[in-house]
Ligand binder design. Structure first.
Ligand code: NAP
Length: 147
């Protein structure tokens, strides 16, 4: 059996690779286990800043954050005042996209699959509006109503 692979934050305890030395902190894809032999160091990023919680490197400073950042700012590239709709809005990427959109001065509507998630979007993540897509018959009508 193999351990599940996923995003991790780890400390190097030994290294034969010139880019990494003992004591370095890294994030990237590896097995979810206490000790790991990593043969694909190109999958690892060295952690330069440690003045934030290291868990951020599995979220906003890791792949979810990069995905949200590049998708939103470089591909979507909205302008201040525009309307942004985020589906799967309470997920790892969606909640960041919604918050980036608010920081950019957009009006943000999110959809999620439960009342608890909808409440979170409106009350914690600062979305202007949110709805439960499982309770809507027509996405366009929901968006017209809320935006
Ligand atoms: N996380 C990353 O680093 C990363 C990197 C590259 C690409 N992506 C892609 O970005 C997307 C979101 O990833 P994520 O990490 O944010 O996922 P996530 O945290 O696992 O959230 C995904 C959410 O999607 C919603 N969902 C599932 N089925 C749905 C459906 N049929 N219609 C509408 N919503 C549905 C679920 O929330 P509800 O209960 O609200 O339905 C689920 O919680 C995925 O397509 C993923 O492959 C993610």
């Amino acid at each position: 059996m193999q351990p599940i692979a996923g995003y991790v934050v780890a400390k190097v305890i030994d290294s034969g690779h010139s880019n990494f030395k003992k004591g370095d902190l890294v994030w990237g894809v590896a097995g979810w286990e206490e000790y790991n032999i990593i043969n694909t160091p190109e999958d690892l990023f060295k952690i330069q800043r440690t003045d934030v919680p290291l868990s951020y490197y599995t979220g906003i400073l890791g792949m979810a954050g990069m995905t949200a950042y590049v998708g939103f700012y470089e591909i979507c590239a909205p302008k201040k005042g525009e309307y942004v709709f985020v589906s799967a809005a309470s997920g790892a990427v969606g909640q960041l996209v919604g918050q980036f959109a608010k920081l950019s001065g957009c009006y943000v509507v999110g959809s999620a699959g439960t009342k608890e998630k909808v409440d979170l979007l409106k009350n914690k993540y600062g979305f202007d509006e949110a709805f439960n897509y499982k309770e809507e018959q027509d996405l366009n009508a929901a968006l017209k109503r809320l935006a």
